[in-house]
Design a protein. Sequence first.
Length: 252
Amino acid sequence: MRAIWTGYVSFGLVTIPVHLYSATAEHGTGFHQVHASDGARIRHRRVCEREDVEVPQSEIARGWERPDGRTVVLLDEDLEALPLPTKRTVDVLGFVDERDVDPVLYSKPYWVGAAGEQGQRPYALLVEALARHGTVAVAKVTLRTRERLAVLRPRHGMLVLHTLLWPEEIREPGDLSSSAPVTDRELELAELLMDQLAGVEIAELHDEYAAALEQLAVAKMTGGEVQEPEEPVPAVDLMAALEASIRAAGTN
């Protein structure tokens, strides 16, 4: 793996040189944008709106708009001088129980590796201390062009950094709860069904979208048909649906 960030984890007066590595690689669909009438690819070009000419990537910079409407052009070397401590440091702010971090805040995971011999011992110490203490470290770090909230947690003897969304980035859903009453018997059956369906091997699950897409593409090329899955129908009799589900789960 290639490190995407190099810096330090800092807690108290302890400083650990580290590398961050992307922990995920999401699979795309393979779609391209095309002209619907002839299938030709659609290309997006970067055009300067003042000169009306296409601009090569080497001439593209970032622009920050001031409150007065003027734009300040910022080059990569300008951002290197950004006066922000977390640009090179995962700054640990404190430690909390993992259950105190709302899962809706979790964004993207990164593997954290010790950088060089000097980082080995303090890295091992933090991993073991977090595991024994049963907490996660809440921190701030700047990745690419954003300062992010994050947590550090131990996993199989390593550190994982999860970036978090800032609380203000979470949309308020309003009240989506249901006021419909449920009976004790319905709850008992639901819990029994959960017990029978317990134990999912997540590592054995796979994305089936690509296979379904291939079936659809072949059918369209050959004039064939694909069978769409049946749409689920809400149960009219909840008790009967629970009982039938339990019987079906018991036969699998």
